[in-house]
Design a protein around this ligand. Structure first.
Ligand code: PDD
Length: 285
């Protein structure tokens, strides 16, 4: 069945949804996005996604076309129109369209696109078996804190992982793990969670924020600092987080098994806690 897609104030069957070939999102990757998950028909942590969207836009001097209330209403409406109970809502805002030039005009009107993807997020078999990871050099630009649509290198990273027989890739810079192609990266050693501190080198994950708060609440200690691949390989457990993966165990890095090579107890606990909080309260705390 065809989805209903939102483009610049109008609702279209997906076959009829169009943006200009002169859109700077298409020509220059000049745009930002958010992915919000939906569980039991509810949006997960939407206010935080909205705040990050506002920040991404502001860092790029793209005017924010909507208030938080309007964004919320649009998300609720697209969820309802598509009968989405579980999956994700994708939102993209680009600077707008004009004849191709590197410099842009100040008066461009941003392009706004929303669509849904129905997907089973809770019953993900990867959560039972855990993911295998390949490490690759982090060759992205140095403003990874802005959630731009420049996803070519992360896409290449996923393909490099797949070609190597791994599920995903973690990126490494100066010997230290930055983050996953589309997720934040963590290890656990002696019951302490270790994950890189926020900086322009990684995306400030919304799930990361929630999971670190949950860890705090449950008395687990957290250390925010970078870790090396060797340290990760010697960890007791490892995991990644994202809006759609939630908390996902990592069981192997570059062919080396982490701990027992199966999802560890603390990761399983964090995943269960996160999902419980998401279902009961839409997360925020
Ligand atoms: N990706 N780091 C990167 C590079 C990401 O692309 C993402 C999210 C994250 C996790 O952020 P959050 O917890 O807010 O989802 C970290 C989304 C899910 C995507 O591109 O599909």
């Amino acid at each position: 069945m065809s989805r209903t897609v939102y483009v610049n104030g109008n609702w279209y069957p997906e076959e009829d949804a169009r943006v200009s070939v002169f859109d700077r999102g298409f020509l220059m990757a000049d745009g930002v996005y958010e992915v919000t998950s939906v569980l039991d028909s509810g949006l997960i942590d939407f206010q935080r996604h909205c705040k990050r969207l506002a920040r991404s836009l502001s860092e790029l001097d793209i005017p924010n076309p909507h208030t938080m209330e309007e964004w919320t209403a649009l998300h609720e409406e697209i969820r309802r129109r598509n009968g989405l109970t579980e999956g994700l809502i994708y939102l993209q805002v680009t600077r707008g369209a004009e004849d191709r030039d590197f410099a842009w005009s100040d008066d461009l009107v941003p392009t706004v696109v929303l669509f849904t993807q129905a997907k089973g997020l809770l019953d993900n078999p990867a959560a039972q078996r855990g993911l295998t990871i390949k490490t690759i050099d982090d060759l992205r630009w140095l403003r990874r804190d802005i959630k731009t649509v420049q996803l070519l290198y992360p896409s290449m990273g996923k393909m490099m992982a797949r070609q190597a027989g791994a599920d995903d890739a973690w990126m490494v810079e100066e010997g230290l793990v930055t983050e996953g192609t589309s997720n934040n990266a963590y290890i656990i050693k002696s019951e302490k969670i270790i994950t890189r501190q926020l900086s322009p080198r990684i995306l400030p994950g919304i799930t990361r924020l929630a999971v670190l708060a949950l860890a705090d609440e449950t008395g687990m200690s957290v250390e925010e600092r970078p870790f090396s691949v060797a340290e990760a390989q010697a960890a007791d457990e490892a995991f990644l987080t994202s809006a759609t993966a939630f908390v996902m165990p990592v069981v192997e890095i570059d062919g080396v098994k982490i701990g027992s090579g199966t999802p560890g107890p603390l990761v399983n606990r964090l995943r269960a806690l996160y999902i419980e909080r998401a279902r009961q309260h839409g997360v925020e705390s």
